[in-house]
Design a protein around this ligand. Structure first.
Ligand code: 13P
Ligand code: SF4
Length: 320
């Protein structure tokens, strides 16, 4: 186990990681929910769509994915000749876990005339059973690109699905899955926070529950929330998504105030326990020993690739 290896505390991990990246021709991809130090050393920081696009087009020999397992799988599927490293193989996702393959197959069989649009936050096995993948950046446009009377199953996030149904006036059949980070925002605490900060704009990720989204001034993917906060003339924002995104928001707009919305437990802010498994130490060890490497079944990769490519084609058409 790599995690058992000691890292010399006198090492400058930033410098070590930079040297290893150069020596081994590595692309270090990080999602916005990563710890600040990881974001600061990454070659590219982005949302799920941006990360998939970067993974597809890279000429690097190694992709180190500082994110979660389904993101690294997507990178491997899109660029299978690359070695894909994931600093901690336990970095899973509660949303992906909420959609087991056998149960989803049964669900699919019950709706034979439905097209399956699946949020990228799912396993490769679920992707292989889907027709089109989407992310929070392109979900509305992908659904709208289909005929109005097209029957659709949307999986696995029921909150994102309900949001798209409302936005597109559709009636997609929703899989009953949720993200543990976005479903625990407290409406009561949000309302109190807004009373204390009346000028603050409420900005939320569509994985949040409908009751929360009803209070939002703006709803969007992590990239969309970041861009909104940059362009807005407002100076204060209450942010309803994982706290990692605040780092880029604050960096881009140092004179604005970003307030993380509290969850319905005793914590002050809302971290994804899977995303936060990654550390600089683990990234250093992963680059040094080129482990753990993500190895996938070739047949599964082929099947899962088709709906991901469909998403990327549509995204390019939409200018995303
Ligand atoms: P995006 O960054 O694509 O909006 O996704 C959010 C998320 O929950 C990733 O796990
Ligand atoms: Fe999964 Fe939610 Fe964590 Fe994203 S924030 S990786 S959807 S558990």
């Amino acid at each position: 186990m790599l995690l058992d290896k000691e890292v010399d505390p006198s090492l400058d991990l930033f410098e070590e990681i930079k040297t290893l990246k150069k020596e081994k021709n590595v692309l270090l991809l990080a999602h916005y929910y990563q710890n600040n130090d990881i974001q600061d050393i990454a070659d590219y920081i982005g949302d799920s769509l941006g990360l998939a696009q970067q993974a597809q087009k890279t000429n690097a020999d190694i992709i180190l994915f500082a994110g979660v397992h389904f993101m690294a799988e997507t990178a491997k599927i899109l660029n299978p000749t690359k070695k894909v490293l994931i600093p901690d193989l336990n970095a899973g996702c509660s949303l992906a876990d909420s959609c087991p393959t056998d149960k989803f197959k049964e669900f699919k069989e019950k709706h034979p005339d439905h097209i399956i649009i699946t949020y990228i936050n799912c396993t490769a096995e679920i992707k292989a059973l889907s027709d089109i993948i989407c992310t929070s950046s392109n979900a509305v446009q992908i659904v709208e690109s289909l005929p109005k009377d097209q029957k659709i199953i949307f999986a696995p996030d029921k909150n994102l699905g309900a949001y798209i149904n409302k936005k597109t006036k559709r009636n997609m059949v929703l899989w009953d899955g949720t993200c543990m980070v976005h479903e625990i925002f407290s409406l009561e605490k949000l309302i109190k926070l807004k009373v204390q900060n009346p000028k603050a704009k409420i900005i939320a990720h569509p994985e949040c529950e409908e009751a929360i989204l009803e209070h939002a001034d703006f709803i969007g993917s992590t990239t969309a929330l970041l861009n909104y906060s940059k362009k807005s003339d407002d100076k204060e924002f209450i942010v309803l998504t994982e706290t990692g995104i605040l780092h880029q928001m604050q960096k881009a707009s140092p004179n604005k105030t970003f307030i993380p919305a509290p969850p319905n437990n005793s914590c002050a802010c809302n971290d994804c326990p899977y995303m936060k498994l990654n550390t600089l130490e683990k990234i250093y060890l992963s680059l040094k020993y080129e482990q753990p490497e993500l190895v996938m079944n070739v047949d599964l990769m082929e099947k899962a690739k088709r709906p991901i490519l469909k998403m990327l084609e549509l995204s390019a058409k939409f200018g995303l």
